[in-house]
Design a protein around this ligand. Structure first.
Ligand code: IFM
Length: 454
């Protein structure tokens, strides 16, 4: 017999999205071009030539989407602001229509009794800033503060939960080392510099938000998947340390006041991944700025990876591989591993002593379509969510200060380099008609929220 798992009173249940992935309206009402507009408009960058030009048309359909969230019983909604809607060229002249759009959205959410969680940067950098060097130059971090000032001044009276950055590791590494995301660069030395400017902009933005949004809670979201050495061999352990160092410690350590883990530079140079193991761009005071205490840490968790040294080119960047077993993999080719969520939550609690944690993303990609009755029987997504909720519950029982959970994603959307070929939504979107249909997982989730458990 399985017993009921009940979450703590006040535990916040929500769903998450990001501006470029759902909004559309890419050049409307004064919005500037973003690096994702440019990237998706460039041939061969995104699967099937898909773009976010229309996406879920949320820019026009937001009232309907808020009504949908209300129907599903969501208590909270995490969304991001498109920087080029607010400052079309990244800095300077503010676009009032952009501010108005998000102000109406926030009012609509509050009217529906849904708590907004606002992410400032979920990857759509103004192209004008990229043209000046993007995150590789320090002035972009300064522009981020200007943008933070403009948006937090406008929304700060009503929005009380802010996230500066979403997944800086993905921004730095997938966009600038692996090159599969905008701006499509392939240079780890540049990516490390970029990571510093991202973190610096976080550190500088936190006090600005606090100033403009009295009583607000502010955090940053890191993507931390669970990695292990693939075997007991010292070589695999080294590959694990390099991978964990780059993808996790490089971001978590400075945010939690420990500075950069310098073993990453040493081993990165040894493996020929980086040329330069000095960091002249880290100026006096930067590490203190990055270590600004936050109210919470956001965790995006999806899967497990096994670190192997025996990859063809012996390059530890390809560590995130695991043996395939179709029953335990989602359509992203990501291994389903709920214990990994428990382990990472424990790590944030024990190793980093995070004061408060939200799971700001967790979910699975399955393309299960509507059946003849119009239902979407996405049992595998439901199973995925149930097993991860149970892992989160176990972590809470072990003392982890987990305060809420945002399912990724509210609805099917533009999945970056995969375009519309991957569907993470708990709501089905027909991209021809823009019709939304809650999947079985959404109906189940509604009951979880009502019962505060399952
Ligand atoms: O869709 C993304 C999201 O934008 C960031 N985290 C991972 C999700 C699934 O790939």
């Amino acid at each position: 017999m399985t017993s009921k798992l009940t979450f703590p009173t006040g535990f916040l249940w929500g769903a998450a999205t990001a501006s470029y992935q759902i909004e559309g309206g890419w050049n409307e009402d004064g919005k500037g071009e973003s690096i994702w507009d440019r990237f998706s408009h460039t041939p061969d960058k995104v699967k099937n030539g898909d773009t976010g030009d229309v996406a879920c048309d949320h820019y026009h359909r937001w009232p309907e989407d808020i009504a949908l969230m209300k129907t599903l019983g969501l208590q909270s909604y995490r969304f991001s602001i498109a920087w080029p809607r607010i400052l079309p060229t990244g800095r300077g002249t503010v676009n009032p229509a952009g501010l108005d759009f998000y102000s109406r959205l926030v009012d609509g959410l509050l009217d529906a009794g849904i708590t907004p969680f606002v992410t400032l940067y979920h990857w759509d950098l103004p192209q004008a800033l990229q043209d000046e060097g993007g995150w590789e130059v320090r002035s972009t971090a300064e522009a981020f503060v200007e943008y933070t000032e403009a948006i937090s001044r406008r929304l700060g009276d009503r929005v009380k939960n802010w996230i500066t950055h979403n997944e800086p590791a993905v921004v730095a590494f997938v966009g600038n080392w692996i090159g599969e995301h905008a701006p499509g660069k392939k240079d780890l030395d540049a990516a490390l510099k970029i990571s510093h400017h991202l973190l610096l902009s976080h550190g500088w933005a936190v006090p600005v938000i606090r100033q403009n949004s009295p009583g607000a809670e502010v955090g940053i979201t890191l993507n931390i998947n669970y990695t292990q050495p693939a075997s007991l061999s010292p070589a695999d352990y080294t590959a694990y340390r390099v991978g964990d160092g780059l993808w996790t410690r490089w971001f978590a350590d400075p945010v939690f006041g420990r500075g950069y883990p310098l073993d990453v530079l040493t081993s990165g140079k040894k493996f020929g991944l980086i040329q330069d193991d000095q960091m002249p761009y880290v100026l006096p005071g930067d590490l203190d700025a990055i270590a600004v205490p936050t109210d919470f840490i956001g965790l995006n968790y999806y899967n497990r990876g096994l670190a192997r040294a025996d990859v063809p080119d012996n390059a530890p960047q390809t560590v995130f591989q695991a043996p395939k077993d179709p029953d335990h993999w989602t359509e992203m080719d990501w291994e389903i591993y709920p214990d990994g969520l428990f382990n990472i939550l424990m790590r944030l609690h024990v190793e980093y002593q995070a004061p408060k944690i939200y799971v700001t993303e967790n979910g699975a990609s399955y393309s299960t379509p509507p059946n003849d009755e119009g239902r979407v029987p996405d049992q595998r997504r439901l199973n995925y969510l149930r097993s991860h909720f149970a892992a989160a519950h176990k972590a809470i029982e072990c003392g982890v200060p987990l305060s809420g959970y945002f399912v990724w994603s509210l609805m099917d959307n533009f999945e970056w380099a995969f375009g519309y070929a991957q569907r993470f939504g708990i709501v089905w979107v027909d991209f021809e008609t823009q019709q939304r249909t809650p999947k079985d997982s959404a109906l189940w989730y509604k009951q979880v929220i009502t019962d505060n458990g399952f």
